[in-house]
Design a protein. Structure first.
Length: 219
């Protein structure tokens, strides 16, 4: 199970300059908004520059299930590559995200321009399939405490954490991101505060002891 984690990031960051040269200007999606809507969006895909995006599906009963969490240097919305098909997922901005939009014509031009990109794209999507399969199981059966610890640990390298000095998300937002209840998040925050792992206040969670937090994680 090596190279499996809770999130994908920096898989295609070496191609950022190429995406910037081929794609329209970047878009910003504010935290809490959807970039793609299930069964509505088609034709456009995105290079995620930075931030955290949640890929999820919603059942006919309104129940939400996370497919994956993505960070910078990754591609999102690739199920829209076929112009005749609509997205089977929604993509939600867990934090503010910046993306470069592209369509299948732009993608074809980039592949023709750089054969290494085509090869790395195949490797990348092999990893995506492996990751999605793993995460679907983990998010479905893993103990909520492990899910919570994994999620917090993701923020150690994010620009949003470094700029803010903490995780600027409400307990309700965290609960929605990892498919647990707000009451469970409240209980786990209390536990981690008592153990000196985190400090909370002003809609922010600050990690005080990364090593102890890591001991609760399962990647």
């Amino acid at each position: 199970m090596n190279n499996i984690s809770f999130i994908l990031e920096n898989e295609l960051d070496k191609y950022l300059d190429m995406f910037e040269s081929f794609c329209p200007p970047p878009l910003t999606v504010s935290k809490g908004n959807d970039l793609l809507k299930q069964c509505e969006t088609s034709g456009w895909m995105y290079y995620l520059i930075d931030g955290i995006a949640k890929v999820y599906v919603t059942s006919s009963l309104g129940n939400e299930r996370i497919i994956d969490l993505m960070k910078g240097g990754t591609l999102i919305g690739m199920d829209c590559i076929n112009l005749d098909s609509r997205s089977v997922v929604s993509i939600h901005a867990v934090t503010d995200i910046h993306v470069l939009p592209f369509n299948n014509d732009i993608l074809r031009k980039m592949i023709h321009k750089n054969a290494d990109f085509a090869y790395d794209l195949v490797l990348y999507y092999g990893k995506v399939l492996r990751q999605v399969t793993y995460n679907s199981g983990v998010l479905g059966i893993t103990d909520p405490l492990i899910r919570f610890a994994n999620f917090l640990y993701l923020f150690i390298d994010t620009g949003s954490y470094k700029n803010a000095g903490g995780v600027e998300m409400t307990q309700e937002e965290i609960a929605a991101a990892i498919n647990i209840s707000r009451a469970q998040v409240t209980k786990m925050c209390r536990k981690f505060r008592q153990e000196g792992i985190i400090q909370t206040g002003s809609r922010r969670i600050t990690i005080l002891d990364w090593d102890k937090l890591r001991s609760y994680c399962r990647f």
